[in-house]
Design a protein around this ligand. Structure first.
Ligand code: F6R
Length: 247
């Protein structure tokens, strides 16, 4: 289903409250809440609302276990552009999550250790019974996570090559495209698909044409987000400009 909200703030508060309800329901059952998280501009207001719920309304993250979608490769965790830094600044530093419960792909591994790391990432998620909710943004290539055009629907966590458009879109954060890593470690389409609930968010006119393709286009590896059309657990949460090309 597609839900169109008046503005990104209202939509983000709605998503944050759904995450908070999940966390509280799991708490009541003494169970962990397993969250799949995204970085980028899109989810920032979701995270700020979760921080507000923690600070002002006592929402605890003690039972929360997180798996981030992706990290650039190579990437040092303390670099300004790392997704570790992003998550710390936007969420983790401001809530009571146990740091041992945070998982982000490791951008510092030697190449030969990456396959084993990726298998272990999948196993950790599987051993917890899978992701309860996966939050997604969408790139202008149609990527979810860093699953660029050509990604297989059953792909798992792996090392990938970033699309040129993705690197151009990231250029501002890195002070030029040449400084954007060419690779990343990302959860696969298959990994994302196994989540019990998938929420893809998109804001602004800039996302309208890729949202049209993702929601209404032919299902194809050329636009990896189209695979989400095959899921019964996905919801597209949009603002009006991002929804403006939908028929
Ligand atoms: C981020 C990620 C990417 C972004 C996408 C949109 O962890 O996996 O797929 O969600 O590139 O980025 P923004 O939100 O910056 O437009």
């Amino acid at each position: 289903p597609v839900s169109v909200f008046e503005n990104p703030k209202i939509a983000s508060v709605n998503v944050a409250h759904r995450i908070a309800e999940l966390i509280k329901t799991k708490q009541a059952n003494n169970a962990p809440a397993v969250l799949g998280l995204a970085t980028g501009v899109t989810p920032i207001a979701v995270y700020s609302e979760l921080v507000r719920l923690h600070k002002e309304e006592g929402l605890s993250f003690k039972n929360v276990i997180t798996f981030n979608l992706d990290e650039y490769y190579p990437m040092q965790p303390n670099a300004a552009q790392s997704y570790v830094t992003f998550m710390n600044e936007n969420l983790f530093d401001h809530i009571d999550i146990d740091k041992n419960n945070i998982h982000i792909p490791d951008g510092t591994l030697p190449l030969e250790d990456i396959p084993a790391f990726c298998l272990d990432y999948e196993k950790k998620i599987g051993d917890l019974g899978g992701l309860d909710i996966q939050i997604l943004g969408i790139g202008r290539t149609g990527h979810i996570g860093f699953n660029e055009p050509g990604s297989a629907p059953n792909s798992g966590t792996r090392l990938v090559t970033l699309d040129d458009l993705t690197r151009r879109d990231a250029a501002r954060d890195f002070g030029g495209k040449t400084f954007v890593p060419t690779k990343a470690i990302t959860m696969g389409i298959g990994t994302i698909f196994k989540a019990r609930e998938i929420i893809l968010m998109a804001w602004s006119r800039k996302k309208a044409s890729i949202i049209k393709k993702a929601v209404e286009g032919e299902i194809s590896g050329d636009v990896p987000a189209t695979y989400l059309q095959l899921s019964e657990h996905v919801e597209f949460i949009l603002d009006a400009p991002a929804a403006s090309d939908l028929t």
